[in-house]
Design a protein around this ligand. Structure first.
Ligand code: SF4
Length: 502
């Protein structure tokens, strides 16, 4: 597999992995290429075109600002979100940008950055064309932001398809029993899987949990200790994001829709009332809070973990917080019986490590494996398959992660993921005003609760079930292919045309 768990969880900025993080990375990539060719100091002009969904909703998603920041050499992982506004304002005012942080070039945002509202590039709905004139030479590149912050060129897109076909062929061979458990079975080798069935088969053959299998695969990239540290860093950024979202003083979100921030008020209410004050669904109130907090931060361009996208970035943190508080934490002691099993696997678990951290690592590794299946066999891009690809994928990943921590077998985990996806199939992407606010913020809260329910439902079964995760993912892919483009992050259908902007 070419994808690792940390490809599914990366630190970036809001509001969108495909429309903000991706365009910024594409611009950085273009600048890096100029620098490598020794042309950066010789650039006279730069032009950018955004196409398809990027063109249609780029303003609402901050794609224009992201490109300007990327051209200025800023990267989503390290850019202070607070610095973005002043940086972009300066470029607009001065008509000049500092390319790669090194070379001043004239840049008139109105004429040098074009959003093509109804024109697309052939490879993917999120297309970009960046060009520069340097030393009398025209350098022009096309990039596609394919979801989750991933950026590829047309050639790479074609190569990815070829590689996927090659993996399919290899999987068929492995599935025929020719290679058996020895294929990729030594520590340090990748254990191949391209479908959920293959993943389960590999777990069965090797006696591994999904998290353990992922740990083996990650050893080709990093040590267990590094992997564990990076996953815990992801968790800490998620927690910081929840904290930020709960403590903001601004009452409305940017963008003109006048959507209220609800997390600070809800948190105050829950703390005042006491989380047990409203009856048996208290945990649900907190799950709503965690998701709202993250997605409000995302909508305001804050520091975010892409999980696996920014539009759906609240679901996994919300379910992780639920797990941390109500399953493995004090509130959950004895209620789920999950904490004891949580420390038995995951990357680099040591005797001294806390069970809570072990549970987080297990959750993220399991969720990452499921995310890889979505990315590999369908899409995590709302512009490609609608919101089912974003919220549906995140819901399935969160359900799988929680189920694993609850002590689920690989089969139960696969069942949880399937339930999490099945009941998001057909979900369209129709963000009002092109902003990642309505329906996105609430949708994350609803899907978080759905993920918890999916995990619990799966735990009541034995892992056998009628619809497989592979069938649900393929259904999502086909449904996305049939979906009209007005429901795929173009803001030309659904709620986007029925809710009046004011
Ligand atoms: S509707 Fe769903 S896919 Fe579309 S922007 Fe919102 S969260 Fe993302």
């Amino acid at each position: 597999m070419s994808l690792g768990v940390l490809d599914l969880f990366s630190i970036g900025i809001g509001p969108s992995s495909s429309h903000t993080v991706g365009p910024m990375r594409a611009a950085v990539r273009f600048v890096d290429e100029l620098a490598e060719a020794g042309l950066l100091e010789r650039v006279d002009t730069v032009r950018v075109g955004l196409f398809g969904s990027l063109g249609a909703t780029g303003i609402g998603h901050g794609s224009d600002s992201a490109v300007l920041a990327g051209l200025s050499g800023k990267e989503p992982e390290t850019l202070d979100p607070v610095s973005m506004g002043p940086l972009v304002a300066e470029i607009r005012e001065t008509g000049s940008l500092r390319l790669g942080g090194r070379t001043d070039v004239p840049f008139d945002v109105a004429s040098d950055l074009t959003l093509h509202l109804r024109e697309s590039l052939p490879g993917h709905p999120n297309g970009m064309r960046i060009s520069a004139e340097a030393a009398g030479e025209l350098i022009e590149r096309e990039y596609y932001s394919v979801g989750g912050g991933f950026v590829v060129t047309a050639d790479e897109l074609a190569a990815e398809k070829d590689a996927a076909e090659a993996i399919d062929a290899a999987g068929d061979e492995a599935g025929s029993g020719g290679d058996g458990p020895g294929a990729g079975g030594r520590d340090g080798d990748v254990i191949p899987f391209s479908t959920a069935d293959e993943l389960l088969e590999q777990c069965r053959i090797r006696g591994l949990s999904i998290a353990e299998l992922m740990t083996v695969n990650e050893r080709t990239r990093q040590t267990d200790e590094t992997l564990r540290a990076r996953l815990l860093e992801i968790w800490s950024v998620m927690a910081e994001c929840v904290h930020n979202g709960c403590t903001r003083e601004e009452t409305t979100l940017p963008g003109g829709l006048k959507v209220r921030r609800r997390a600070p008020e809800l948190k105050a209410k829950l703390e005042t009332a006491g989380y047990r004050a409203s009856g048996s669904l208290d945990a649900l109130e907190w799950v709503n809070l965690y998701a709202l907090a993250v997605n409000e931060e995302n909508a305001s361009g804050g520091r975010i973990v892409t999980a696996p996208t920014n539009g759906a970035a609240g679901i996994i943190p919300a379910v992780l917080h639920y797990m941390d508080r109500f399953v493995t934490g004090d509130e959950g002691a004895g209620s789920d019986g999950a904490d004891a099993g949580a420390s038995e696997d995951g990357a680099g678990a040591s005797a001294g490590a806390s069970a809570a951290d072990d549970a987080v690592v297990k959750f993220l590794l399991t969720a990452g494996a499921i995310g890889i299946l979505f990315k590999r066999n369908a899409s995590i891009s709302g512009a490609e398959v609608g919101c089912q690809g974003e919220v549906g994928s995140a819901c399935a990943m969160a359900a799988a992660g929680l189920c694993a921590v609850l002590g689920g077998t690989p089969e139960q985990v696969e069942n949880a993921a399937e339930i999490g996806l099945e009941h998001n199939l057909g979900l369209t992407c129709d963000p009002v005003g092109g902003l990642v606010q309505v329906p996105c913020i609430e949708r994350n809260a609803i899907a978080s609760v759905k993920a918890i329910n999916a995990a619990r439902l799966a735990m009541h079964g034995d892992g056998s079930h009628r619809v497989s995760l592979d069938q649900a993912i393929e259904t999502m892919r086909q449904t996305g292919a049939d979906m009209k483009s007005k429901y795929k992050e173009t803001s030309r259908g659904g709620l986007a045309v029925n809710v009046v902007e004011c």
